[in-house]
Design a protein around this ligand. Structure first.
Ligand SMILES: Nc1ncnc2c1ncn2[C@@H]1O[C@H](COP(=O)(O)OP(=O)(O)OP(=O)(O)O)[C@@H](O)[C@H]1O
Length: 505
């Protein structure tokens, strides 16, 4: 293996272990990689080394004669040191690994240490970039304007944080947490009601992390049939099931070097939970039909709108998996608890909608914003987004006026149907996308408005003999915005040549 190709200078690494043989093994492995290594046999010696010089990484055993590795983590944190720490824990002690990650370790390794994994984890720690700076807490009376629009020049992490619109204390705290937890390999569980922006937060964790150049693979755990779960997650060998005509990779392989985002993790059946736990613990998976396990290198971020602790209590979610996934929790508060973010969200969402729909820039009149502020918005940012789409679609988008927002105030809330109108049967269907942001039942106004738009679109399509261009003309739209609206509503549309429409995201 070539020595440390990612770095110009050799890295300085401190190895802390009281077993001389292991210390030598780690030292030789690192020297062979081209690094500079110092060793220490006790916590006191480690502190002495750290007092004498800076290191790029510290690799420490959990159990030391005069303390434990957690003490070293605390020492590094108290000194605001930049060294990334890798903890080596005893086999069969998941609580030590979780404790180390919670206490700020970059990653952990389990004894007996696999040297290939050892090298990979060290290299990953050495590649980790300098932390992304998150917004500082605002004083209570500060009413500074919201963050500027994302600029990719600022780096992917800053850009992803800027995409998380909202300067309320709650959102600023979410963004700070994202920037902080992104720095390690610790599994993150994002918790929040539907439509609060869990996927956006997961993407920001990935973008702020040292793995940002790797893939981000989102998976909706609730949308995959039970019998396909194992092949979808771990891959499958040719012939392992009917229709497996060639080897195919699973989500774990697709996310190698990046982040696997397990959305709606609470919907994963118990049998699959056990397999996922094993994959996380062993850091390897066995594709369906394969005889050998293969190592995987992914960071897991999961999300749920459910109370997983209650699901554990009720027996529908494994406690050990919950423990493994919930090392770091990021809770996103519902929009009703941060209404001060609504104006900025409207501004950004309307700009996005105008751009995507090809209409001129749109501004909200003060009374329209006031009407939105009064809405319950139980479906959170997604409901707000749908509401603005409806307003643009049904209102006077062309003259930059959202006149049709008025019914928002007039509509009797209890009378709002929660389910969109059903799809007519004659639509040409393509297979359902595995992960699409369709409006969930029970989202009130937004779902009702979705239903209205769906009916209008379907009616135009039927009256035009399912000719997309003719339907678009009927609706006063170009074909592209119509196709896009069909996607947004999750209405699958097969083009004439049979090519499925791209999966809506
Ligand atoms: N803070 C925010 N700033 C800008 N857009 C946001 C924000 N929060 C959510 N959104 C937008 O709202 C929509 C829903 O967000 P997202 O899909 O991340 O929510 P979610 O919590 O994962 O939803 P679900 O639980 O239904 O999967 C997306 O279009 C997203 O871009």
């Amino acid at each position: 293996m070539s020595a440390n190709p990612q770095r110009a200078a050799p890295a300085r690494i401190l190895v802390v272990d009281d077993e001389p043989d292991l210390c030598t093994l780690y030292e030789l492995t690192l020297l062979r990689e081209g690094h500079q290594v110092r060793t220490a046999g006790t916590l006191a010696q480690a502190r002495q080394c750290l007092a004498e010089q800076d290191f790029d990484a510290v690799i420490t055993d959990m159990r030391l004669p005069d303390g434990d590795g957690l003490g070293l983590l605390r020492y590094l944190a108290a000194g605001q040191r930049r060294e990334r720490c890798i903890m080596i824990t005893a086999y069969g002690s998941p609580e030590n690994a979780v404790e180390a990650l919670k206490s700020g370790a970059f990653d952990y390794l389990t004894k007996p240490v696999d040297l290939r994994q050892f090298r990979a984890v060290v290299q990953s720690a050495l590649q980790a970039p300098e932390p992304v700076t998150a917004p500082a807490p605002l004083p209570a009376a500060d009413t500074r304007p919201t963050a500027p629009p994302p600029e990719e020049d600022a780096g992917p992490g800053q850009a992803a944080l800027a995409r998380l619109v909202g300067e309320s204390a709650a959102m600023r705290s979410v963004k700070r947490r994202v920037a902080k937890v992104a720095r390690s390999m610790a599994p993150v569980l994002v918790h929040g009601e539907s439509g609060t922006g869990k996927e956006l937060v997961a993407r920001a964790v990935h973008a702020c992390s040292h793995r940002h150049a790797g893939p981000f693979v989102p998976v909706n755990c609730g949308a995959i049939p039970d019998n396909l779960l194992e092949a979808e997650f771990f891959g499958a060998r040719k012939g392992s099931y009917t229709g497996a005509v060639q080897d195919r990779e699973g989500f774990f392989q697709a996310a190698a070097g990046g982040t696997l985002f397990l959305d709606e993790i609470g919907d994963l059946p118990l049998a699959m939970q056990a397999k996922l736990l094993r994959a996380i613990q062993e850091r390897s998976v066995r594709p369906l039909g394969a005889t050998q396990e293969e190592p995987v290198d992914v960071r897991i971020v999961s999300a749920t709108h459910k109370n997983l602790a209650a699901a554990v209590h009720g027996g529908s979610f494994r406690q050990d998996l919950f423990y493994r996934l919930n090392v770091i929790e990021i809770a996103i508060p519902p929009l009703r608890e941060r209404r001060e973010d609504i104006a900025a969200l409207c501004q950004v969402l309307l700009a996005r909608i105008a751009h995507e729909s090809g209409v001129p820039a749109i501004e909200l009149a003060p009374e329209q914003l006031a009407a939105i502020m009064r809405a319950p918005l139980a479906g959170n940012v997604r409901e707000l987004e749908n509401l603005l789409y409806r307003a643009v679609a049904l209102g006077g988008a062309r003259d930059s006026n959202l006149g049709d927002l008025a019914p928002l105030d007039e509509m009797p809330r209890g009378a709002v149907p929660s389910q969109p109108a059903p799809l007519p049967a004659a639509v040409p269907l393509t297979p359902a996308a595995p992960h699409r942001p369709a409006s969930a039942p029970g989202q009130g106004l937004a779902a009702w408005l979705d239903g209205q738009e769906r009916q209008l679109l379907m009616q135009a399509l039927h009256e035009s003999g399912l000719d997309l261009a003719a339907a678009a003309q009927r609706l006063g739209l170009a074909a592209r915005p119509l196709r896009w609206r069909l996607q947004r509503l999750g209405i699958p549309w097969a083009e004439d040549d049979g090519a499925p429409a791209p999966a809506p995201r």
